[in-house]
Design a protein around this ligand. Sequence first.
Ligand code: CUA
Length: 170
Amino acid sequence: MTIHKEEKIWAFFVLGMVVVFLAALAYAAWGLGLVTPYTVQQVPAEKALEVLKPGVDCINPNVKKVVDNAVVCEDGRYYVNVIGMRFTWLPRNIILTDPKEVKFRITSPDVIHGFQIAGTNVNVMVFPGYIAEITWKVPANMPAGKYLVVCNEYCGAGHQDMYAIIEIRR
Ligand code: CUA
């Protein structure tokens, strides 16, 4: 078999490109420390509801109060554990009083869902088997009111009914 000169040139060129791409990937991963958008923790899908208790809590337990059955964190820093399952988000009503920083931890016991707070930059893909984490810096000028959380990944016959409400109190 003869390999023509032009073929050799292209073969080396292509090989060179592969090396460049792999080097760029390695540099991004280890040099720049880039990861996929969220740090994730693994959890067996069937244990999702046991491991991640849906609800609101304070990042700093010392500033936690309960007002009108709602957890209030005086420093505005909240944890919100969310379960996305066919076809609802749990908890369905999330009350946040003067939130500044909200850390969502979200998982699914069944299929892939998409956690999106309409009108904000919060948009997380939720995979069964993983806990997605995202920190939401709530804009200080965000008005009090009710905000809709939708599911933006088609997850079955009741997909369009899968919602929750985030109520911001000021
Ligand atoms: Cu859950 Cu669509």
